[in-house]
Ligand binder design. Structure first.
Ligand code: 2NL
Length: 396
């Protein structure tokens, strides 16, 4: 029978095995650790190829029966109570050394090996040189670029970061509780209808508040954040949201939202106006004006829609002799919804310090897809989501 080279190598020495310890004294531990490290060094020196390295890694790090696992079981778990601390520290040191050694062995197994040509000058080639013609031209990897919607999202986030807001994110699959109930949506509110919401199938056996759906706005993240961070807070939340809207030039079943929330003592509608007016000037230029008109959202009271003077026509409604299309000749563009957080919303997080008698807050939400359409003069939202690089590369 032919024996493999690996088999021959194995027989040359007896492989290290983790001994059971009878003596857990520091001196005995040091001795055991010394033997283990000697074996590690010896085996490390024998790693030449990638498959050597994989075997080396598995022998030392495999969760099931790897040497470190055995050390944990035979040394740490078996240690008497009064030696546990000492053994634990020793095992942690060994763990770190083994992990570092295995990690650097990977580099050594993949590193180019130095070879001599017949004339004696060193030639650097990879172990795979025999199957790789290094004189062939390389594969071109075209550079990617930021998607225009993400670019817009990042610009908006930067404005709020500069005001001291932090960025929070959360799951796209949400519960009815976080998407609706905690946001003061009455049981028969139209936004709960199948019309708008994508429900996850087969949830009927669960209580309503635990049923899963695709979030229809990023507001659930605001509740989740208020559950984990006490006031005062200043946060902005970007993300994908989903609504059962058929796609057309201005609608998509997946779109983006950025919401913001500031909660503190004595936050007023004046703070809301000042903050958002500043944000619009930072985004669209210092000459834009803002205007607020009453609106309704279930989670804010009072609520408003903010208009920004048209940054395409400068508010005139006309472009030369043509009517301005983005603002429909009104000179104003509806840019976001906002309002003062409804005390009913704080009620759901009152145990974390949100007592509506002590704190107040403002919130706002905007659609960066629509803002990107306006900013780049694109007339069809679908273009943003078809990922045709002939379209996208224009923004690179
Ligand atoms: C819009 C309007 C808005 C909010 C979002 C919010 C969140 C909490 C409490 C109160 Cl947790 N409000 N979010 C408030 C007003 C408007 O979005 O038109 N978005 C595109």
């Amino acid at each position: 029978m032919k024996s493999s080279p690996e088999g021959a190598k194995e027989r040359r020495h007896v492989a290290y095995t983790v001994p059971k310890l009878k003596d857990f004294s520091p001196a005995a531990l040091d001795k055991a650790a010394e033997r283990l490290l000697a074996a590690l060094e010896k085996e490390n020196a024998e790693v030449k190829t990638e498959s050597d390295w994989k075997a080396f890694r598995d022998r030392w790090l495999a969760r099931k029966n790897g040497i470190l696992t055995q050390v944990n079981d035979l040394w740490l778990k078996a240690a008497p109570k009064d030696a546990k601390r000492e053994v634990g520290q020793q095992v942690n040191r060994l763990k770190k050394t083994v992990e570092d050694t295995v990690a650097s062995a990977e580099k050594q197994s993949a590193a180019p090996v130095e070879r001599k040509t017949r004339k004696g000058q060193p030639v650097v080639s990879s172990p795979a040189a025999s199957v790789l013609d290094i004189t062939l031209p390389g594969t071109r990897r075209p550079l990617g670029a930021e998607h225009p919607v993400i670019k817009t999202v990042n610009e908006i986030l930067a404005v709020f970061r500069n005001l001291g807001y932090s960025v929070q994110e959360g799951p796209e699959i949400e519960t009815d509780y976080y998407n609706f109930e905690s946001l003061n949506f009455p049981p028969n509110h139209p936004a709960r209808d199948m019309q708008d919401t994508f429900f996850i199938a087969n949830q009927e056996s669960k209580p309503l508040r635990e049923r899963l759906l695709l979030r229809t706005h990023t507001s659930p993240v605001q509740i989740r954040t208020m559950e984990k961070m006490k006031p005062p807070i200043r946060i902005v939340i970007p993300g994908k949201v989903h609504r059962n809207d058929p796609p057309d030039a201005s609608h998509s079943p997946m779109f983006h939202q950025i919401e913001g929330l500031a909660v503190d003592t004595n936050i007023t509608f004046g703070d809301l106006k000042g903050t958002l007016d500043h944000a619009m000037k930072a985004l669209f230029g210092s000459s834009v004006k803002t205007s607020f008109r009453p609106s309704f959202f279930p989670f804010t009271e009072p609520s408003a829609e903010m208009m920004v003077s048209c940054f395409i026509c400068g508010g005139s409604g006309r472009r030369g002799s043509d009517p301005c299309r983005p603002c429909k000749q009104t000179g104003w563009i509806e840019i976001l919804g906002c309002g003062m957080v409804d005390p009913n919303v704080f009620e759901f997080v009152k145990d974390n310090g949100y007592d509506s008698r002590k704190v107040s807050g403002f919130a706002f939400g905007m659609g960066p897809d629509r803002i990107a359409l306006l900013k780049y003069g694109v007339d069809d939202l679908q273009l943003f989501f078809q990922n045709d690089i002939r379209f996208l590369r224009q923004f690179a």
